[in-house]
Design a protein around this ligand. Structure first.
Ligand code: FAD
Length: 521
């Protein structure tokens, strides 16, 4: 039974799907978002972990959304409030010797004047390179078909952006982009803890360690995010990341879009090689002029589209995409404020990192290559309740941590492994915050496989598809999808698996909307 007819149906109400819906509805199109989960937001969601205690259950920091998108969609008027901006970062040490990163400076008892000066140089160099790449990250991936003068000029513009760095910095950029972050940081710094803390920004959410090729690229990707966010740095939406998604949904609805939750798409309807709508799991069919998928590429093209409509080469490429996440998420409800060594109570709301040295990052990374769990992890910790009391009952705190590196565990021992690993992480935290174990009132560890289940992301990967040279720019996630169109006419993609990549940016959603409006390829 066909229940509705829309100009556009969007499969998935993750933040990118909602951004796409808002832009399309503002352009006068009739838009319906169908979200499988009971709640919108995808991996940008807030969830009750225990009675009265709420956490950002996927992403926990807002740092990469362009300020013009936030303003364009009037997110403040639609309820977005930030409980904190420009969070400092504190690298923890179990001896109490912490390092603080605040407003482009670094300090700490064991940070020498030489390392402080090196940090200023490093920060300037990297920001220069990130600035050169930013137009590439912020816009639609260039068209490499070079059939028209416009396409040729776009590619030339890319080369010119790099040449504008000047001869020395262009050469330096081309040198460092190919090496790994471990070697690069060794060139600048002496302090091992300082190097590891910086490396975390390149590695969070990725499938590799500091010695892996491509880790400079992911660092620049992260820096470009800071540059575009209008100075908010690392920010926390009041009410958790779900509050951002709700503001996006309100912006879309105010423009006329309709959003349905608890509506899982079973398949994308294709007629005569053109997408014509979707069929939901309950059998309901919704007809549409075109379909935009916010689901990851594997789900979209291996599950929702009948393979008869795709050529085998394309299917093989999608199947081979690297999409097994290595980042887990820890959530704790604590009976009181934990006391981290080397962190004053007033700084509990900083972003805290546990990454003692780059070698220890590598040691945490190595086991996951062989599907094993690390004996000590590296992690990014946020205590959002230090800024936002609405998340907890009085006196309590919620801690969320991205914990790396876990294998995608599909073995029969998965449950036992998760339980044992949670104990390992709590023991590790106890070394940095003595007494924290006794404060734990509720605990949850989401492994990459749990993230797959909870957010519907194949493989549970932060970026849907690994952000690497082979899946970058006009190759992301595969050349045929690089500009949000697909081999099937009228079917578009708008999720983190597309250019430019993951994080809560909304860029893929905005660019996809642009392509739909152009009817483009
Ligand atoms: C543990 C973790 C921590 C992270 N931390 C941060 C962070 O601090 N800051 C940051 O910027 N980024 C972070 N990220 C990355 C960020 O969360 C993601 O890159 C981003 O949320 C992806 O958004 P999206 O809209 O593209 O896709 P998703 O959020 O994955 O949304 C896709 C939506 O599609 C829906 N869907 C899928 N299939 C169907 C179907 N068949 N029918 C209907 N609906 C369907 C899903 O339910 C989901 O709602 C983190 C990611 C993880 C996993």
């Amino acid at each position: 039974m066909t229940s509705q007819q829309k100009d556009i149906v969007i499969v998935g109400g993750g933040h990118n799907g909602l951004v796409c819906a808002a832009y399309l509805a503002r352009a006068g199109r009739s838009v319906l978002v169908v979200e499988a989960a009971a709640e919108i937001g995808g991996a940008a969601r807030t969830r009750e972990l225990a009675p009265g205690a709420r956490v950002s259950s996927g992403a926990h920091l807002l740092h990469a959304m362009p300020d013009d998108l936030i303003n364009d969609l009037n997110l403040t008027a639609h309820g977005l409030k930030l409980s904190s901006v420009r969070l400092n970062t504190v690298s923890l040490n179990n001896t109490g010797s912490s390092i603080v990163f605040a407003d482009n400076t670094v300090s700490g008892a064991e940070v020498t004047a030489k390392d402080k000066a090196a940090f200023a140089r490093f920060d300037k160099d990297m920001n220069r390179f990130a600035k050169a790449l930013r137009p590439v990250f912020d816009k639609l991936a260039p068209d490499v078909s070079i059939e028209t003068w416009g396409q040729r000029l776009e590619l030339l513009g890319l080369g010119w952006t790099l040449r504008k760095l000047g001869r020395y910095h262009m050469r330096e950029f081309l040198r460092v982009i190919g090496i790994n972050f471990y070697d690069l940081l060794d060139e600048y710094f002496d302090n091992a803890q300082l190097k590891a803390a910086i490396a975390m920004d390149a590695l969070l959410g990725s499938e590799w360690g500091a010695r892996s090729m491509g880790s400079v690229l992911t660092y620049l990707y992260r820096l470009a995010g800071y540059q575009r966010n209008g100075g908010m740095g690392l920010a926390l939406p009041e009410g958790g990341m779900g509050a951002l998604s709700h503001a996006l949904a309100k912006a879309a609805e105010a423009a006329g879009a309709e959003i349905r939750t608890g509506a899982r798409v079973k398949r994308i309807l294709i007629d005569d090689d053109r997408a014509t709508g979707v069929e939901l799991e309950n059998g309901e069919r919704i007809a549409a002029g075109c379909v935009v998928s916010n689901a990851d590429p594997k789900q979209t093209f291996l599950k929702l589209v009948n393979p008869d409509h795709l050529d085998t080469g394309f299917i093989r490429r999608i199947r081979n995409l690297r999409s097994k996440g290595k980042a887990a998420k820890l959530h704790l409800v604590l009976s009181g404020a934990p006391a981290f060594k080397g962190v004053e109570a007033a700084n509990l709301g900083s972003r805290m990192l546990i990454a003692p040295t780059m070698d220890e990052i590598e040691l945490a990374f190595n086991p996951c290559k062989y599907k094993r769990y690390p004996t000590a992890s590296v992690m990014e910790i946020i205590i959002a309740s230090a800024h936002d009391s609405s998340l907890v009952s009085s006196g309590q705190h919620v801690l969320s941590a991205v914990v790396q590196y876990l294998p995608y565990d599909d073995t029969p021992e998965e449950d036992a492994n998760r339980t044992a690993f949670l104990e390992t992480v709590l023991d590790q935290l106890e070394q940095y915050a003595p007494g924290i174990r006794a404060q734990v009132m509720a605990a949850e560890l989401l492994t990459p496989r749990d993230i797959e289940r909870q957010f519907g992301i194949s493989g549970g990967h932060w970026h849907h598809v690994e952000l690497a040279f082979e899946t970058f720019l006009f190759n992301r996630p595969v050349p045929a999808l690089a500009r949000h169109c697909s081999p099937i006419s009228g079917l578009y993609v708008c999720g983190a698996g597309c250019h430019p990549g993951g994080n809560v940016t909304g860029i893929a959603g905005r660019n996809a909307a642009q392509q739909v409006l152009r009817g483009g390829h």
